[in-house]
Design a binder for this molecule. Structure first.
Ligand code: ADP
Ligand code: MG
Length: 606
């Protein structure tokens, strides 16, 4: 028997390692940007073609490399950033592994030109799939230019796995923005297919944020600054009233590297407390500086996750700094979030407590979570509702017992009874409560309306039927480059939905009309939020049409906190049960909870 173990050739080992580090063009850009930053560049230019699939080129004016270093830099575990194992302890914190260039060279055709500032000539190297094709002296500018062509040219499976140009371009813009926000002092530019996307001069953090997210962002920023013996935190948070409906502009940097950290995110959100509308995400751009020995960045191969040795203190400091900033700028909530107090129990004509007030004081009954545990019963109730849809809803919802009059706010009585015999009332500006044939139905107004609009918009996009529209005085809307990119791709779908939106210059669009559900004066905000949501939904899980239907529906759905007239409630109930899947929001959240008579009786037993 001969031996069967052999050492993998470098090219194969590098390809395997590359799988971990380079998933897509944006990951290559991230690594190249980091190297340019580490090289002390004050100006960094990025060019891409075909969203980085055909070409990624990063040019910096950093320290450059000697001939030998230029060749060495492509070796696995080649790094100038760790000298001895001793360094490892203090510097492992930065996540240097000497793997990035070797990985990129394993899966692409790479050309590098590099020259140190004091050298006469530089070096030009061509590498394909880990093989050096040529190396020669070259007259080039000081600094380094690396071109990565045809990423994954030798790994077709990975190449095929890449997403559409729009999706990949979005990832590139994300990485670019992170680097640009991590180092506002460095000038950055990004060109895609010959078009300028960003041209950012060296700036302060505030100027950099404004350059990336548009002039309107300037007024939304509140500065944060706190220093303790453990760490320093500086940067900006967005005013609560501008909080986004989805996670969007949230950036944490530790020692000038972008990181993702759920725990720190929680600290910020927690500091906002009730200042934030429900389901809203605050914007933040926060830089933390601390002794690298107290962090371990290497736990994730792409270095976006960290571990602190004193997590609790870091959490407390971040939270306090954000709270302090909010307090200093005495930001008062602009919306009335105090939904609880706004509900005044109605007293019945007889003077006794109405069923409504007894419900409000019996949390076990109205709180959906406890009720939701009773899935089996719910299922039974689904059947009741299925019946409603198929036959006469009116009967099930009709008012049959006089005692249940008490469910209704007396003021609504006449309108309600004239309208039809159904009783509806709103609970906590959040739920629509109605009697059903053998119990009580509680409808989550937001989830229900989301379902209704979602089905409506999905239908509209499918059939391309002409949509009812409200016309507007034409408005010019400005968007960030990344949003403009996405918008352009979505224009045909948006037209089908009733958004009469046309391109007008690079990042400008003209809006002539919107679907009728869009509140007047909130057009730009609506489109921005919808895009936010769209970008945050996973392209893996749904088509762009599905994603858009969800994003638009979610953003136009009435929110918790909105007072509804009886007519509005009635419309929601009617339309909900006309839906093909009325019992769940598109994301699977229940829209209706039913409490059966039997259950009520059980609760009232002695
Ligand atoms: P790491 O950054 O973890 O050290 P890389 O594979 O990214 O590993 O880079 C290997 C080495 O190549 C770096 O340590 C650095 O010495 C050199 N290098 C890479 N890019 C540049 C650049 N743009 N300018 C100067 N030196 C560079
Ligand atoms: Mg590197």
């Amino acid at each position: 028997m001969h031996d069967i173990i052999s050492i993998l050739p470098d090219s194969v080992a590098n390809q395997i390692a590359a799988g971990e580090v380079i998933q897509r063009p944006a990951s290559a850009i991230k690594e190249l940007l980091e190297n340019a930053i580490d090289a002390g560049a004050t100006s960094i230019e990025v060019f891409t073609r075909d969203s980085g699939k055909a070409l990624i080129q990063v040019t910096d004016n950093g320290c450059g490399m000697s001939e030998t270093d230029a060749r060495m830099s492509f070796e696995r575990h080649a790094t100038s950033k760790i000298r001895a194992a001793d360094d490892l302890l203090s510097i492992r914190t930065m996540g240097f592994r000497g793997e990035a260039l070797a990985s990129v060279a394993a899966i692409a055709q790479v050309e590098m030109k590099s020259k140190r500032h004091d050298d006469e000539t530089g070096t030009f190297i061509v590498i394909e799939g880990s093989n050096v094709v040529s190396q020669q002296a070259s007259a080039c500018a000081a600094g380094t230019t690396i071109s990565v062509k045809n990423l994954f040219f030798n790994v077709p499976a990975r190449r095929n796995f890449l997403k559409s140009n729009t999706v990949e371009a979005r990832h590139i813009i994300d990485e670019f923005q992170r680097a640009a926000l991590a180092h506002p002092e460095i000038a950055f530019s990004l060109q895609q297919n010959g078009m300028d996307v960003f041209k950012l001069p060296s700036a302060s953090l505030r100027q950099r944020i404004v350059a990336l997210f548009g002039p309107a962002s300037n007024d939304k920023l509140v500065p944060v600054g706190e220093e303790t013996s453990l760490m320093k935190i500086t940067g900006f948070i967005g005013k609560p009233e501008f909080a986004k409906k989805t996670r969007g502009e949230q950036f944490f940097f530790i020692n000038n590297r972008f990181i993702r950290d759920g725990y720190l995110n929680h600290a910020v959100v927690n500091a906002f407390e009730e200042l934030l509308p429900r389901d809203a995400f605050p914007s933040y751009f926060l830089h933390i500086t601390m002794d690298p020995a107290r962090i371990d960045i290497n736990i994730h191969p792409t270095k976006t996750e960290v571990k602190f040795d004193d997590e609790r203190s870091v959490y407390a400091i971040v939270r306090a700094a954000v709270k302090h900033a909010l307090g200093q700028f005495s930001i008062a909530p602009s919306i009335d979030f105090d939904i609880e107090k706004s509900f005044e129990p109605h007293t019945s004509a007889a003077g006794g407590k109405s069923p409504v007030s007894s419900i409000t004081s019996t949390p076990g009954i109205i709180s959906p979570p406890s009720f939701l545990q009773k899935r089996a019963e719910q299922k039974e109730w689904r059947n009741v509702f299925e019946g409603i849809r198929n036959e006469s809803m009116r009967d099930v919802f009709s008012q049959r017992e006089t005692s249940s009059q008490q469910f209704i706010n007396p003021e609504w009585n006449s309108e309600l009874l004239a309208e039809d015999n159904r009783m509806l009332f709103q609970l906590h500006r959040k739920y629509i409560v109605s009697q059903v044939s053998s119990g009580l139905a509680i409808i989550d107004q937001q989830a229900a309306h989301y379902r209704i609009l979602y089905e409506k918009y999905s239908r509209q996009m499918e059939s391309k039927e002409v949509t009812a529209q409200q016309e507007l005085f034409p408005q010019t809307l400005e968007f960030s480059s990344s949003d403009s990119e996405v918008l352009r791709e979505l224009l045909p779908h948006l037209h089908a939905l009733g958004f009469d939106l046309r391109e007008f210059g690079k990042n400008s669009f003209v809006l002539n009309g919107t679907p009728q559900d869009v509140e007047q004066g909130k057009e730009q905000q609506t489109i921005e939020r919808m895009l936010e949501q769209y970008k945050n939904n996973s392209p893996v899980k749904m088509s762009s049409r599905e994603n858009l239907a969800r994003s638009v529906a979610k953003n136009l759905s009435i929110s918790a906190g909105k007072i509804l007239s009886v007519r509005e409630m009635k419309n929601i109930v009617d339309e909900l049960f006309a839906c093909s899947l009325p019992f769940q929001s598109p994301e699977g959240k229940p829209t209706v909870v039913v409490i059966s008579d039997a259950e009520l009786e059980e609760k009232f037993k002695a």
